[in-house]
Design a binder for this molecule. Sequence first.
Ligand SMILES: Nc1ncnc2c1ncn2[C@@H]1O[C@H](COP(=O)(O)OP(=O)(O)O)[C@@H](O)[C@H]1O
Ligand SMILES: [Mg+2]
Length: 255
Amino acid sequence: MSRRRRIYEGKAKVLYEGPEPGTIVQYFKDDATAHNGTKKAVISGKGVLNNRISEYLMTRLSEIGVPTHFMRRLNMREQLIHEVEIIPLEVVVRNIAAGSFSKRFNVPEGTPLPRSIIEYYLKSDELNDPMVSEEHITAFGWANAQDLDDIVSLSLRVNDYLTGLFLGIGLKLVDFKLEFGRLYDENDEMRIVLADEISPDNCRLWDVQTNEKFDKDRFRQDLGGVLEAYQEVARRLGILPEGSVVDIRENQVAP
Ligand SMILES: Nc1ncnc2c1ncn2[C@@H]1O[C@H](COP(=O)(O)OP(=O)(O)O)[C@@H](O)[C@H]1O
Ligand SMILES: [Mg+2]
């Protein structure tokens, strides 16, 4: 592998300087973390699957006019993306009660919500990603009212599209987390675009028939079969990389 400048190493990915200014190479690791980084493991092959799944979903979304940072997949573990100024928010869209929502509001997991609910969390490991309101976001200047308008309308379009896409392969999109960034064009015009990744690491996906979980809750809750679940999502999407689980597991290094 050529020597590239490493810009950032996060919990699930590494960012390298891209070949052209304004581009980044996003490398998908096999590391899994939960409960704000206190639970850690390596799930061999996860990075390969998330790279593929995120490529697929970002591509479908850009086809329906949702702007994204995605440019192209480079190899098994890497994709080329536009560098954006990340808005430091985790934007969560919920359709069915689960996880922290069920705890906070004492709503049993699996309860369908009367309508889709958008929540914001500040991206801050030190502060444990606290939930914030639009008031906090605009007062602290993390995003302005126009940015938030764009974020809400994009999030709802993503939700509508992905809900249908997953239903078509027998999966309920229970909830998911998005990140957005500011992308500047050659005339210095700014657009809000979808960034980061969309994968079973940040979506809850339940089988329509059985409610079996096909997402990171298998890791959080020690249910086992994490890689097999991610692989099943890829298989149902029709994008399983060639080879068996073993082949994916053995593919530790990008070709
Ligand atoms: N297009 C982009 N430009 C710049 N930064 C990005 C882009 N897409 C995602 N990021 C950031 O890159 C990091 C991805 O690595 P990840 O392992 O998810 O990190 P973290 O542990 O901070 O969540 C995140 O901090 C995310 O906000
Ligand atoms: Mg992340």
